[in-house]
Design a protein around this ligand. Structure first.
Ligand code: TEU
Length: 564
């Protein structure tokens, strides 16, 4: 089973282009900015770049609302720039994975314009149109065809006066959901995917791809206590035809192509049981999925606006269950953060006194799991959450809608709402990448579209790229180790000390090679007994302190030992 799949030894780097690097001074990151930083990515050593959406878009959800799938938004550049980016990555041995957002389009996509034009439009059925609930005044609360809540506050239905019907939008009202029941929709999407692959892209990160299949009944969901609309997701998570659709996509897009393409599905609420089916190579659906269990552990009642404490024992139980559940069939993706999550070091580590140590510890623990690790831009620098000064500093539609609903709608105290959104809002991860200590952190010569974190004066790439003990250098070493050691790419995984409140411990094994990985998730020293004192003599492969005399751990210490 050695080296069966190229992505077992690969590391993926996510670029959120709007916040990565601005080459034309308009304050928004762009493709030119990415092209200028290709050597940075090459130096880091990643194998794949996943680019968040750069397609034509009204930018209601920062590009996750697409109005033309086959063009680049002028904000980001042109198709010629994208071709240059593909060539530049390929020259350096890296692949480019594009974001594929086909659960919904923008309401400004020509498909939707045609669909909304009349009930008789040939594209009417490309989206989900439904009449108002009988007995209710159309367009008033309660007249929605069902009771589902949108991810971005309010109902999933928007009333269209012209035709007297509602359309479904799981996200913003500018993101109408495509009707995948319609074979023309599926054909159009596959044609578009083929066009991109022919152009040279190396795969797709598929946005909320487990929402594509809905039960056409679109019935009411069980109510959510204390909420006007239901947050139950059973009407669209892994719906009845999802596996069929993904297998069809494989046949129509991937089956006849050379190996080496990446298919990763973003799947909120996916269960382990479903993930095994999605990622079993024999079923030819996806290579891996992004599951959400470990990033929802600190939500009270599943509500990200009610942040709670995270227990390390819960984190280990969750990730450990996924490690064993996908041990024989399927494959894990490994991530602490992305553009929808807060900064890893602020959430799971200590972004104050122990920022560098804990950022490295988190990287080491994650990257040595079995699975493909993803690095979100700036994570390799130990970038932190942003202390936003008020709602005016925010840009994300999710947090802005929530704030409006919670304050003007429900009459909650704005101070309390601001405190509650601070830890988990998505803007935390969307402040510009901190390239240097200069103006706008070297991100732009203009005024950035979102505030730059003032800690850029200390935390920036210029300080870290050549510094041997930097967070950046630590990531470089982890990436190199994955490339070099088959036990990291393909070894099995055994969790140790599941009940320890502060220490994350596991072994990996492949043939005679065995790794012991220890991470201290606390600022206190920890005594560690893994039941095998022989480990104390094994070679230290990597650590975040200089030297490591014993198996015991100093604050936020990480060690990885190898024996063969
Ligand atoms: O996210 C899907 C998703 O369900 C979330 O994680 C969501 O963004 C939200 O944070 C839940 O609280 C994907 C994209 O990654 C996200 O940026 C888009 O906004 C969303 O789909 C719609 O395309």
């Amino acid at each position: 089973a050695l080296g069966q799949h190229w992505f077992h030894s690969a590391v993926v780097y996510q670029i959120y282009p709007r916040s990565f690097a601005d080459s034309n001074g308009d304050g928004v990151g762009d493709l030119g900015g990415v092209i200028n930083r290709l050597d940075y990515l090459g130096h880091l050593g990643v194998d794949v770049v996943w680019l968040s959406p750069v397609y034509r878009s009204p930018q209601d959800d920062n590009g996750y609302d697409i109005s033309d799938y086959q063009d680049i938004d002028p904000l980001f550049g042109s198709l010629a720039d994208l071709d240059e980016l593909i060539a530049g990555l390929h020259e350096r041995g890296m692949k480019l994975v594009m974001d594929l957002v086909v659960n919904h389009t923008s309401d400004e996509h020509p498909w939707f314009a045609e669909s909304r034009a009349s009930k008789e439009s040939p594209k009417r059925d490309w989206y989900w149109w439904r009449p108002p609930r009988p007995g209710h005044e159309p367009g008033t609360p309660g007249a929605e065809p069902n009771n589902w809540a949108s991810f971005f506050s309010g109902p999933v239905w928007e009333f269209d006066e012209a035709t007297g019907e509602y359309y479904l939008h799981l996200f913003s009202k500018k993101q109408p959901d495509l009707n995948w029941e319609n074979p023309e929709v599926r054909r159009a999407v596959y044609a578009m995917m083929n066009w991109w692959l022919d152009r040279g892209v190396d795969g797709f990160r598929m946005d909320v791809v487990n929402f594509l299949s809905k039960d056409p009944a679109l019935g009411d969901a069980p109510a959510t206590e204390g909420q006007p609309y239901s947050h139950d997701r059973s009407g669209y998570v892994c719906g009845p035809r999802i596996h069929e659709f993904l297998q069809e996509m494989h046949r129509e897009v991937f089956a006849s192509r050379a190996p080496g393409l990446l298919k990763v599905g973003e799947m909120p609420s996916v269960t382990l049981e479903d993930a095994v089916l999605f990622t079993d190579p024999a079923r030819a659906e996806l290579d891996m999925v992004f599951q959400f269990e470990h990033v929802n552990l600190d939500h009270l009642d599943g509500n990200k606006w009610r942040p709670g404490a995270l227990r390390l024992t819960d984190l280990k139980a969750s990730l450990g269950r996924w490690q064993s559940g996908l041990a024989d069939r399927g494959w894990n993706s490994l991530y602490w953060g992305n553009h929808d999550q807060p900064r890893a070091v602020s959430r799971f580590g200590d972004d104050g006194a122990y920022r560098e140590l804990s950022a490295k510890m988190l990287a080491g623990v994650l990257h040595l799991h079995r699975g493909t690790p993803y690095i979100y831009q700036g994570e390799e620098l130990g970038m932190t959450n942003m202390a936003f000064t008020g709602i005016d500093a925010h840009r994300d539609i999710e947090v802005l809608n929530h704030y409006r609903e919670a304050t003007s709608g429900l009459g909650l105290d704005p101070i309390e709402v601001l405190a509650a959104i601070a830890p988990l809002n998505r803007d935390n991860a969307r402040t510009p990448v901190q390239w240097d200590a200069g103006p706008a952190a070297g991100f732009s010569t203009g005024t950035p579209w979102i505030v730059v974190n003032p800690n850029a004066v200390e935390i920036n790439a210029a300080d870290q790229v050549d510094r041997e003990d930097s967070v950046f250098s630590f990531y470089r070493q982890l990436i190199r180790l994955r490339h070099e050691l088959p036990v990291i790419a393909d070894g099995d995984f055994t969790m140790l000390l599941p009940n320890h409140e502060a220490v994350y411990a596991f072994t990996r094994r492949l043939g005679a090679a065995e790794l012991l990985v220890l991470g201290n998730f606390s600022g206190d020293p920890q005594q560690v007994d893994v039941g095998d004192p022989g480990w104390a003599d094994a070679d230290l492969l990597l650590g975040n302190y200089s030297g490591s005399p014993s198996l015991d751990l100093r604050p936020w210490e990480f060690t990885c030992r190898l024996r063969t």
